[in-house]
Design a protein around this ligand. Structure first.
Ligand code: IMP
Length: 444
Protein backbone atom coordinates (compact mmCIF):
# COMPACT_ATOMS: atom_id res chain seq x y z
CA UNK A 1 0.00 0.00 0.00
CA UNK A 2 1.43 3.43 -0.89
CA UNK A 3 2.34 5.65 2.03
CA UNK A 4 0.89 8.98 3.11
CA UNK A 5 2.87 12.12 3.93
CA UNK A 6 1.98 15.05 6.15
CA UNK A 7 4.00 18.24 5.71
CA UNK A 8 3.84 21.85 6.84
CA UNK A 9 2.76 24.42 4.26
CA UNK A 10 4.16 27.51 5.99
CA UNK A 11 7.11 28.36 8.26
CA UNK A 12 6.50 25.52 10.71
CA UNK A 13 4.24 25.44 13.78
CA UNK A 14 1.19 24.72 11.63
CA UNK A 15 -0.21 22.18 14.09
CA UNK A 16 1.27 19.09 12.44
CA UNK A 17 1.61 17.34 15.82
CA UNK A 18 -2.11 17.19 16.34
CA UNK A 19 -2.79 16.14 12.75
CA UNK A 20 -0.16 13.40 12.77
CA UNK A 21 -1.45 12.13 16.10
CA UNK A 22 -4.93 11.91 14.61
CA UNK A 23 -3.80 10.23 11.35
CA UNK A 24 -1.54 7.90 13.34
CA UNK A 25 -4.60 6.21 14.80
CA UNK A 26 -4.85 4.45 11.41
CA UNK A 27 -1.09 3.97 10.81
CA UNK A 28 1.18 0.99 11.44
CA UNK A 29 4.38 3.02 11.04
CA UNK A 30 5.00 6.75 11.58
CA UNK A 31 8.39 7.85 10.23
CA UNK A 32 10.11 11.20 10.57
CA UNK A 33 12.53 12.08 7.81
CA UNK A 34 14.08 15.51 8.52
CA UNK A 35 14.96 18.14 11.11
CA UNK A 36 15.93 17.51 14.69
CA UNK A 37 14.94 18.76 18.10
CA UNK A 38 14.45 22.22 16.64
CA UNK A 39 10.88 21.02 15.97
CA UNK A 40 8.15 21.12 18.58
CA UNK A 41 5.00 19.10 18.01
CA UNK A 42 2.24 19.58 20.56
CA UNK A 43 -0.42 16.93 21.10
CA UNK A 44 -3.22 17.25 23.66
CA UNK A 45 -4.84 14.00 24.75
CA UNK A 46 -7.52 13.86 27.44
CA UNK A 47 -6.56 17.36 28.59
CA UNK A 48 -2.89 16.34 28.96
CA UNK A 49 -0.31 18.15 26.90
CA UNK A 50 2.61 16.32 25.27
CA UNK A 51 5.33 18.28 23.46
CA UNK A 52 7.44 16.11 21.16
CA UNK A 53 10.63 17.46 19.64
CA UNK A 54 12.29 14.40 18.17
CA UNK A 55 10.01 11.45 18.76
CA UNK A 56 7.42 10.91 15.99
CA UNK A 57 3.79 11.78 16.66
CA UNK A 58 2.46 8.22 16.61
CA UNK A 59 4.16 7.42 19.93
CA UNK A 60 0.94 7.81 21.91
CA UNK A 61 -0.76 5.08 19.86
CA UNK A 62 -0.61 1.42 20.77
CA UNK A 63 0.63 -0.83 18.00
CA UNK A 64 2.41 1.92 16.06
CA UNK A 65 6.10 1.74 15.19
CA UNK A 66 7.68 5.21 15.32
CA UNK A 67 10.86 5.61 13.31
CA UNK A 68 13.36 8.43 13.47
CA UNK A 69 14.62 8.24 9.89
CA UNK A 70 18.20 8.77 8.77
CA UNK A 71 17.48 12.29 7.53
CA UNK A 72 16.93 13.45 11.11
CA UNK A 73 19.84 14.83 13.14
CA UNK A 74 19.75 13.47 16.67
CA UNK A 75 21.02 14.70 20.00
CA UNK A 76 21.22 11.44 21.96
CA UNK A 77 21.07 13.36 25.20
CA UNK A 78 17.86 15.05 24.16
CA UNK A 79 16.35 11.85 22.80
CA UNK A 80 16.91 10.01 26.08
CA UNK A 81 15.48 12.97 28.00
CA UNK A 82 12.36 13.00 25.83
CA UNK A 83 11.98 9.23 26.14
CA UNK A 84 12.24 9.44 29.94
CA UNK A 85 9.59 12.17 30.05
CA UNK A 86 7.14 10.00 28.12
CA UNK A 87 8.03 6.84 30.06
CA UNK A 88 7.35 8.70 33.33
CA UNK A 89 3.86 9.34 32.01
CA UNK A 90 3.29 5.67 31.25
CA UNK A 91 4.03 5.63 27.50
CA UNK A 92 5.85 2.38 26.55
CA UNK A 93 8.37 4.22 24.39
CA UNK A 94 10.84 1.37 23.94
CA UNK A 95 8.18 -0.87 22.43
CA UNK A 96 7.17 1.78 19.91
CA UNK A 97 10.32 3.70 18.97
CA UNK A 98 13.10 2.89 16.49
CA UNK A 99 16.15 4.95 15.49
CA UNK A 100 17.94 4.65 12.15
CA UNK A 101 21.64 3.85 12.49
CA UNK A 102 22.30 6.36 9.70
CA UNK A 103 21.07 9.43 11.64
CA UNK A 104 23.79 12.00 12.15
CA UNK A 105 24.47 12.85 15.78
CA UNK A 106 24.34 16.37 17.21
CA UNK A 107 27.20 16.81 19.68
CA UNK A 108 27.73 19.68 22.13
CA UNK A 109 30.26 21.23 19.72
CA UNK A 110 27.48 21.60 17.12
CA UNK A 111 25.39 23.62 19.57
CA UNK A 112 28.46 25.67 20.48
CA UNK A 113 29.16 26.40 16.80
CA UNK A 114 25.48 27.24 16.18
CA UNK A 115 25.73 29.99 18.85
CA UNK A 116 29.08 31.26 17.56
CA UNK A 117 27.89 31.35 13.96
CA UNK A 118 24.80 33.32 14.90
CA UNK A 119 26.97 35.79 16.77
CA UNK A 120 29.29 36.01 13.77
CA UNK A 121 26.38 36.73 11.43
CA UNK A 122 25.39 39.77 13.51
CA UNK A 123 22.48 41.61 11.92
CA UNK A 124 22.33 38.89 9.25
CA UNK A 125 21.57 36.25 11.89
CA UNK A 126 19.00 33.57 11.06
CA UNK A 127 17.45 33.33 14.51
CA UNK A 128 18.14 29.60 14.77
CA UNK A 129 16.81 27.51 17.62
CA UNK A 130 20.39 27.08 18.87
CA UNK A 131 20.07 23.28 18.83
CA UNK A 132 23.11 22.70 16.60
CA UNK A 133 21.00 21.73 13.60
CA UNK A 134 22.89 23.69 10.91
CA UNK A 135 26.39 22.66 12.04
CA UNK A 136 25.35 18.98 12.29
CA UNK A 137 23.93 18.97 8.76
CA UNK A 138 26.98 20.88 7.54
CA UNK A 139 29.21 18.12 8.93
CA UNK A 140 27.11 15.50 7.17
CA UNK A 141 27.68 17.19 3.81
CA UNK A 142 31.35 17.89 4.60
CA UNK A 143 31.75 14.18 5.46
CA UNK A 144 32.98 14.95 8.95
CA UNK A 145 29.75 13.87 10.65
CA UNK A 146 29.30 10.91 12.99
CA UNK A 147 26.32 8.60 12.67
CA UNK A 148 24.37 6.73 15.34
CA UNK A 149 25.71 3.41 14.01
CA UNK A 150 29.30 4.66 14.35
CA UNK A 151 28.80 5.05 18.10
CA UNK A 152 28.18 1.33 18.43
CA UNK A 153 31.68 0.64 17.04
CA UNK A 154 34.01 1.95 19.77
CA UNK A 155 37.30 2.11 17.85
CA UNK A 156 35.74 3.70 14.79
CA UNK A 157 33.81 6.16 16.92
CA UNK A 158 36.84 7.14 18.95
CA UNK A 159 38.93 7.93 15.89
CA UNK A 160 36.11 9.89 14.18
CA UNK A 161 35.30 11.83 17.32
CA UNK A 162 38.96 12.63 17.93
CA UNK A 163 39.32 13.95 14.36
CA UNK A 164 36.09 15.95 14.51
CA UNK A 165 36.91 17.50 17.86
CA UNK A 166 40.39 18.51 16.78
CA UNK A 167 38.98 20.32 13.76
CA UNK A 168 36.07 21.93 15.63
CA UNK A 169 38.24 23.10 18.48
CA UNK A 170 40.71 24.63 16.05
CA UNK A 171 37.83 26.59 14.48
CA UNK A 172 36.28 27.53 17.83
CA UNK A 173 39.57 28.75 19.27
CA UNK A 174 41.31 30.28 16.25
CA UNK A 175 38.43 31.63 14.16
CA UNK A 176 35.91 32.55 16.84
CA UNK A 177 38.43 33.02 19.65
CA UNK A 178 36.24 31.14 22.10
CA UNK A 179 36.96 28.41 24.65
CA UNK A 180 37.42 24.99 23.06
CA UNK A 181 35.01 22.16 23.80
CA UNK A 182 36.19 19.87 26.62
CA UNK A 183 37.07 16.51 25.09
CA UNK A 184 37.48 14.39 28.20
CA UNK A 185 34.00 13.08 28.96
CA UNK A 186 32.39 13.34 25.51
CA UNK A 187 33.52 9.95 24.25
CA UNK A 188 32.43 8.06 27.37
CA UNK A 189 29.11 9.88 27.72
CA UNK A 190 28.20 9.42 24.06
CA UNK A 191 29.08 5.73 24.18
CA UNK A 192 26.90 5.25 27.25
CA UNK A 193 24.01 7.07 25.60
CA UNK A 194 24.34 4.93 22.47
CA UNK A 195 24.38 1.73 24.53
CA UNK A 196 21.16 2.79 26.24
CA UNK A 197 19.62 3.14 22.78
CA UNK A 198 21.21 0.05 21.21
CA UNK A 199 18.08 -2.11 21.19
CA UNK A 200 16.20 0.60 19.25
CA UNK A 201 18.80 1.16 16.53
CA UNK A 202 17.83 -0.31 13.15
CA UNK A 203 18.13 0.07 9.40
CA UNK A 204 15.10 2.35 9.15
CA UNK A 205 14.85 2.31 5.37
CA UNK A 206 14.62 -1.47 5.38
CA UNK A 207 12.03 -1.34 8.17
CA UNK A 208 9.79 0.95 6.11
CA UNK A 209 10.34 -0.91 2.84
CA UNK A 210 9.38 -4.19 4.51
CA UNK A 211 6.29 -2.59 6.08
CA UNK A 212 5.21 -1.28 2.68
CA UNK A 213 5.76 -4.70 1.11
CA UNK A 214 3.43 -6.15 3.76
CA UNK A 215 0.81 -3.53 2.75
CA UNK A 216 1.07 -1.79 6.10
CA UNK A 217 0.04 1.83 6.48
CA UNK A 218 3.05 4.11 6.65
CA UNK A 219 2.78 7.78 7.55
CA UNK A 220 5.71 10.12 6.81
CA UNK A 221 5.86 12.94 9.31
CA UNK A 222 7.24 16.28 8.18
CA UNK A 223 8.91 18.69 10.57
CA UNK A 224 9.17 22.47 10.14
CA UNK A 225 7.42 23.84 7.05
CA UNK A 226 7.93 24.07 3.30
CA UNK A 227 8.94 27.74 3.48
CA UNK A 228 11.76 26.79 5.87
CA UNK A 229 13.06 24.18 3.42
CA UNK A 230 16.76 24.43 2.62
CA UNK A 231 16.15 24.79 -1.12
CA UNK A 232 12.48 25.68 -1.58
CA UNK A 233 12.24 28.09 1.35
CA UNK A 234 13.24 31.68 1.98
CA UNK A 235 16.99 31.02 1.81
CA UNK A 236 19.16 31.74 3.77
CA UNK A 237 16.48 32.17 6.47
CA UNK A 238 15.68 28.47 6.45
CA UNK A 239 16.52 25.33 8.34
CA UNK A 240 19.17 22.96 7.05
CA UNK A 241 17.08 20.05 5.80
CA UNK A 242 14.53 19.15 3.15
CA UNK A 243 11.25 19.68 4.93
CA UNK A 244 8.90 18.99 2.01
CA UNK A 245 7.70 15.74 0.47
CA UNK A 246 10.90 15.67 -1.62
CA UNK A 247 12.90 15.00 1.56
CA UNK A 248 11.20 11.69 2.26
CA UNK A 249 12.97 9.35 -0.16
CA UNK A 250 16.45 10.39 0.95
CA UNK A 251 15.56 11.00 4.59
CA UNK A 252 14.07 7.53 5.07
CA UNK A 253 15.57 5.32 2.36
CA UNK A 254 12.53 4.55 0.23
CA UNK A 255 11.62 5.09 -3.41
CA UNK A 256 9.70 8.33 -4.15
CA UNK A 257 6.95 6.39 -5.87
CA UNK A 258 5.90 4.79 -2.58
CA UNK A 259 4.29 8.08 -1.56
CA UNK A 260 0.66 7.80 -2.58
CA UNK A 261 -0.92 10.76 -0.81
CA UNK A 262 0.41 14.02 0.54
CA UNK A 263 -1.45 16.23 2.98
CA UNK A 264 -0.41 19.65 4.13
CA UNK A 265 -1.13 21.39 7.37
CA UNK A 266 -1.55 25.14 7.45
CA UNK A 267 -2.79 27.63 9.99
CA UNK A 268 -5.72 29.83 8.99
CA UNK A 269 -3.26 32.75 9.33
CA UNK A 270 0.55 32.96 9.18
CA UNK A 271 3.28 32.73 11.80
CA UNK A 272 7.04 32.66 11.70
CA UNK A 273 9.77 32.34 14.36
CA UNK A 274 13.24 33.70 13.77
CA UNK A 275 14.43 36.12 11.12
CA UNK A 276 13.64 36.34 7.43
CA UNK A 277 11.01 37.83 5.15
CA UNK A 278 7.32 37.42 5.93
CA UNK A 279 5.25 39.55 3.54
CA UNK A 280 1.97 39.44 5.50
CA UNK A 281 3.46 40.12 8.95
CA UNK A 282 1.27 42.39 11.10
CA UNK A 283 3.52 44.70 13.06
CA UNK A 284 0.89 46.70 14.98
CA UNK A 285 -1.33 45.81 17.95
CA UNK A 286 -3.55 43.59 15.76
CA UNK A 287 -0.54 41.29 15.43
CA UNK A 288 -0.18 41.27 19.22
CA UNK A 289 -3.88 40.41 19.56
CA UNK A 290 -3.48 37.53 17.12
CA UNK A 291 -0.42 36.30 19.04
CA UNK A 292 -2.35 36.29 22.31
CA UNK A 293 -5.48 34.73 20.77
CA UNK A 294 -3.44 31.92 19.22
CA UNK A 295 -0.95 31.63 22.10
CA UNK A 296 1.75 32.02 19.49
CA UNK A 297 4.91 31.29 21.44
CA UNK A 298 7.47 28.75 20.20
CA UNK A 299 7.09 25.17 21.51
CA UNK A 300 10.88 24.72 21.39
CA UNK A 301 12.34 28.09 22.37
CA UNK A 302 9.34 29.92 23.86
CA UNK A 303 10.05 32.85 21.54
CA UNK A 304 7.04 35.02 20.54
CA UNK A 305 6.05 34.12 17.00
CA UNK A 306 5.66 36.80 14.38
CA UNK A 307 2.00 36.80 13.28
CA UNK A 308 0.42 37.75 9.97
CA UNK A 309 -2.51 37.32 7.62
CA UNK A 310 -2.90 34.25 5.46
CA UNK A 311 -0.49 34.31 2.52
CA UNK A 312 -2.26 32.46 -0.29
CA UNK A 313 0.58 33.18 -2.75
CA UNK A 314 3.11 31.33 -0.62
CA UNK A 315 0.61 28.59 0.26
CA UNK A 316 -0.21 27.94 -3.40
CA UNK A 317 3.49 27.67 -4.20
CA UNK A 318 4.11 25.23 -1.35
CA UNK A 319 1.06 23.13 -2.22
CA UNK A 320 2.15 22.88 -5.85
CA UNK A 321 5.72 21.93 -4.92
CA UNK A 322 4.61 19.16 -2.59
CA UNK A 323 1.84 17.84 -4.85
CA UNK A 324 -0.69 18.22 -2.06
CA UNK A 325 -3.92 16.18 -2.20
CA UNK A 326 -5.69 17.76 0.75
CA UNK A 327 -5.23 20.42 3.35
CA UNK A 328 -5.82 20.48 7.09
CA UNK A 329 -6.53 24.04 8.14
CA UNK A 330 -5.75 24.64 11.82
CA UNK A 331 -6.52 27.40 14.35
CA UNK A 332 -9.61 28.66 12.53
CA UNK A 333 -11.11 29.36 15.98
CA UNK A 334 -8.33 31.89 16.68
CA UNK A 335 -9.66 34.25 14.00
CA UNK A 336 -12.99 34.86 15.78
CA UNK A 337 -13.42 38.57 16.42
CA UNK A 338 -10.99 39.82 13.76
CA UNK A 339 -12.64 42.13 11.19
CA UNK A 340 -12.06 42.10 8.28
CA UNK A 341 -9.76 39.19 7.36
CA UNK A 342 -7.21 40.15 4.71
CA UNK A 343 -5.72 37.36 2.59
CA UNK A 344 -2.68 37.98 0.36
CA UNK A 345 -3.61 37.03 -3.21
CA UNK A 346 -0.59 38.53 -5.01
CA UNK A 347 2.60 40.47 -4.26
CA UNK A 348 3.66 43.88 -5.43
CA UNK A 349 7.26 44.90 -5.95
CA UNK A 350 7.39 48.65 -5.25
CA UNK A 351 8.86 50.98 -7.84
CA UNK A 352 12.58 51.53 -7.58
CA UNK A 353 13.91 55.03 -7.65
CA UNK A 354 17.64 54.78 -8.42
CA UNK A 355 19.72 57.82 -7.43
CA UNK A 356 19.60 60.28 -10.33
CA UNK A 357 17.73 57.86 -12.62
CA UNK A 358 14.09 57.53 -13.69
CA UNK A 359 11.78 55.50 -11.43
CA UNK A 360 10.85 52.12 -12.83
CA UNK A 361 7.22 51.09 -12.36
CA UNK A 362 5.85 48.82 -9.64
CA UNK A 363 5.47 45.22 -10.67
CA UNK A 364 2.62 42.88 -9.76
CA UNK A 365 3.61 39.29 -8.96
CA UNK A 366 0.79 36.77 -9.04
CA UNK A 367 3.15 33.96 -8.04
CA UNK A 368 5.78 33.28 -5.40
CA UNK A 369 9.06 34.57 -6.83
CA UNK A 370 11.39 31.87 -5.49
CA UNK A 371 15.07 32.75 -5.85
CA UNK A 372 14.44 35.30 -8.61
CA UNK A 373 13.70 38.06 -6.12
CA UNK A 374 14.38 38.75 -2.45
CA UNK A 375 11.03 38.16 -0.75
CA UNK A 376 11.89 40.97 1.64
CA UNK A 377 11.22 43.41 -1.22
CA UNK A 378 7.59 42.46 -1.86
CA UNK A 379 4.40 43.89 -0.39
CA UNK A 380 1.20 41.86 -0.16
CA UNK A 381 -1.87 42.65 -2.24
CA UNK A 382 -4.84 41.80 -0.05
CA UNK A 383 -8.38 40.74 -0.64
CA UNK A 384 -10.51 41.36 2.46
CA UNK A 385 -12.97 38.77 3.68
CA UNK A 386 -15.72 39.13 6.24
CA UNK A 387 -14.88 38.00 9.77
CA UNK A 388 -17.12 36.41 12.42
CA UNK A 389 -17.52 36.74 16.19
CA UNK A 390 -18.84 33.32 17.19
CA UNK A 391 -16.69 30.97 19.30
CA UNK A 392 -15.84 28.02 17.03
CA UNK A 393 -14.18 25.76 19.61
CA UNK A 394 -17.34 23.72 20.22
CA UNK A 395 -18.34 23.36 16.54
CA UNK A 396 -18.04 19.82 15.19
CA UNK A 397 -19.68 19.96 11.76
CA UNK A 398 -19.13 22.06 8.65
CA UNK A 399 -22.75 23.21 8.47
CA UNK A 400 -22.56 24.60 12.04
CA UNK A 401 -19.70 26.95 11.18
CA UNK A 402 -20.80 30.58 10.73
CA UNK A 403 -21.31 31.56 7.07
CA UNK A 404 -18.27 33.89 6.94
CA UNK A 405 -16.03 31.15 8.38
CA UNK A 406 -17.18 28.73 5.69
CA UNK A 407 -16.67 31.41 3.05
CA UNK A 408 -13.15 32.09 4.40
CA UNK A 409 -12.19 28.40 4.19
CA UNK A 410 -13.76 28.15 0.72
CA UNK A 411 -11.75 31.16 -0.44
CA UNK A 412 -8.46 29.68 0.80
CA UNK A 413 -9.31 26.36 -0.82
CA UNK A 414 -9.87 28.05 -4.17
CA UNK A 415 -6.76 30.24 -3.92
CA UNK A 416 -4.44 27.42 -2.85
CA UNK A 417 -5.97 25.06 -5.35
CA UNK A 418 -6.31 22.18 -2.88
CA UNK A 419 -9.44 20.83 -1.18
CA UNK A 420 -9.71 21.16 2.60
CA UNK A 421 -9.78 17.73 4.22
CA UNK A 422 -10.30 18.93 7.77
CA UNK A 423 -10.62 22.14 9.75
CA UNK A 424 -9.28 22.27 13.29
CA UNK A 425 -10.98 24.52 15.87
CA UNK A 426 -8.87 23.88 18.97
CA UNK A 427 -5.96 21.85 20.29
CA UNK A 428 -7.94 18.79 21.46
CA UNK A 429 -8.05 15.56 19.50
CA UNK A 430 -11.81 15.91 19.00
CA UNK A 431 -11.78 19.52 17.81
CA UNK A 432 -11.75 18.63 14.10
CA UNK A 433 -14.37 19.16 11.42
CA UNK A 434 -14.52 17.32 8.09
CA UNK A 435 -14.04 19.75 5.20
CA UNK A 436 -16.79 20.18 2.64
CA UNK A 437 -15.24 19.02 -0.58
CA UNK A 438 -12.50 16.46 -0.01
CA UNK A 439 -13.12 13.22 -1.85
CA UNK A 440 -10.84 10.27 -1.07
CA UNK A 441 -9.29 8.81 2.02
CA UNK A 442 -6.02 9.19 3.90
CA UNK A 443 -4.43 6.31 2.02
CA UNK A 444 -4.19 5.94 -1.73
P1 IMP B 1 17.45 25.96 12.93
O1 IMP B 1 16.59 24.91 12.32
O2 IMP B 1 17.54 25.87 14.44
O3 IMP B 1 18.77 26.10 12.28
O4 IMP B 1 16.71 27.38 12.67
C1 IMP B 1 16.59 27.92 11.37
C2 IMP B 1 15.27 28.67 11.24
O5 IMP B 1 14.18 27.78 11.26
C3 IMP B 1 14.99 29.66 12.38
O6 IMP B 1 14.28 30.77 11.85
C4 IMP B 1 14.08 28.88 13.31
O7 IMP B 1 13.28 29.72 14.10
C5 IMP B 1 13.27 28.12 12.30
N1 IMP B 1 12.74 26.86 12.83
C6 IMP B 1 13.40 25.70 13.00
N2 IMP B 1 12.55 24.75 13.47
C7 IMP B 1 11.35 25.33 13.58
C8 IMP B 1 10.06 24.84 13.96
O8 IMP B 1 9.85 23.67 14.29
N3 IMP B 1 9.04 25.74 13.94
C9 IMP B 1 9.23 27.03 13.53
N4 IMP B 1 10.41 27.52 13.15
C10 IMP B 1 11.46 26.68 13.16
Amino acid sequence: MPATAVVGLQWGDEGKGKVIDSFAAEADVVARYAGGNNAGHTVIVGGEKYVLHLIPGGILHEGTVNLIGRGVVVSLEHLLYEMEGLEARGVPVRERLRLDAGCHVIFPYHRHLDRLLERWRGSGRIGTTGRGIGPAYADRVARTGIRVGDLLQPALFESRLRAALAEKNAIIARVYEDDPEPADRLYEESRQQAERLRELIVDGGALVRRALARSERVLFEGAQGSLLDLDAGTYPYVTSSWTGVWGIAGGIGVAPRCIGRAFAVSKAYATRVGEGPMPTEITDEVGDRLREAGNEYGATTGRPRRCGWFDAVAARYAAELNGIDGLVLTNLDVLSGFHPLPVAVAYRVPAEVPAGGPASGAELLPEFPGARLDLGRVEPVYEELEGWDEDLTGVRSWKDLPGPARAYVGFLEERIGVPVLKVSVGPGRDQMIDGPSFAGGLWA
